[in-house]
Design a protein around this ligand. Structure first.
Ligand SMILES: [Ca+2]
Length: 306
């Protein structure tokens, strides 16, 4: 009897860690993305290699022609112009005909350019080329560069002086250092590669921008990143999300000559906001945005221990 009870005790003790394992497995299975039991046994969902890209070109996107712009359907709705949830902003269509595209910032870019003289993309390119704005897109757990069901992403800042090719753009396969001071890291899980196109999100993405002689951080809520890779180390894609007009205004406020136009920026931004309506006022608090980028394969040297 005593022996039986001890055996019973033993088996209960032995079961406890097993329950923990089952519970954590259940938790893992419940995560979106790699969500089915099939996926967890998929060979591409095993730990895998890292593949880093550095953003070599980053630019605002524009509406062209009317009603058409690249971007993402961030709120998973196809909004008509009179819709309350999008604060009366009709969605755009992407060039391939996809409906529901949320990229109201694209409609504002011509107005911004009128104010600052078409220089915005050039300023960003200058910052990338001289090493002030080096953004790494570091893919993790890559088992198959063509089709991989489970890929993670780390976005971080790099230091270095890129060597430019004859195209005036940083060459592929250069080595950069992970930035030590003022590092800004965004992590995302449950991405995937399908036919050489990587997609991940939504996740909180912070990217630094130095423009109008000020540096500030664009915080994209529910950001999505998508890019297509080729076999020569080139990638091309989009990053998008919802951006707070107030945060941008606060960020650029101290720039030379900005005070004069800050009111116009805020007014235009508020008028264009189409996401995250405030439940009390019904006013949208975020503007949907998408930036286009090109990236090239790079090597990231981890920050050295002091
Ligand atoms: Ca939409």
């Amino acid at each position: 009897m005593a022996t039986l009870r001890n055996a019973h005790h033993r088996s209960r003790r032995a079961l406890a860690p097993m329950f923990a394992i089952v519970a954590s497995t259940a938790l893992f299975v419940a995560l979106p993305g790699c969500s089915t039991a099939e996926d967890t046994t998929d060979p591409t969902c095993q730990p895998g290699a890292s593949e880093a890209y550095v953003i070599t070109e980053l630019s605002f996107t524009r509406e062209n022609p009317k009603g058409v712009a690249v971007g993402f359907d961030l709120d998973k709705r196809v909004s008509a112009i009179d819709e309350q949830e999008s604060c009366g902003k009709a969605d755009l269509k992407s060039p391939d005909g996809t409906e529901g595209i949320d990229n109201q910032l694209a409609l504002l870019v011509p107005d911004v350019e009128k104010q600052v003289g078409n220089a915005v993309d050039g300023i960003i390119q200058g910052a990338i080329n001289d090493g002030r704005l080096l953004i790494a897109l570091d893919l993790a757990n890559v088992n198959d560069t063509r089709d991989d069901k489970c890929v993670d992403l780390k976005v971080s800042l790099l230091d270095g002086k890129p060597t430019l090719g004859t195209d005036g753009i940083a060459d592929a396969y250069q080595t950069f250092d992970l930035r030590k001071e003022g590092q800004l890291e965004s992590n995302a899980t449950n991405g995937k590669i399908e036919n050489r196109t990587f997609t991940i999100g939504p996740f909180p993405l912070r990217i630094p921008i130095a423009i109008f002689d000020v540096s500030f951080t664009i915080f994209m809520r529910d950001a999505v990143v998508r890019f297509t890779m080729d076999d020569e180390g080139n990638a091309e894609g989009l990053l998008g999300g919802g951006v707070s007009i107030k945060e941008i205004a606060d960020g650029v406020r101290t720039g030379a000559g900005v005070e004069r136009i800050i009111g116009a920026i805020i007014a235009a931004g508020n008028a264009a906001a189409d996401l995250a309506p405030d439940p009390d006022t019904g006013r949208c608090t975020l503007i949907s945005a998408a930036l286009a980028f090109k990236a090239r394969r790079a090597f990231v040297r981890p920050a050295q221990a002091p």
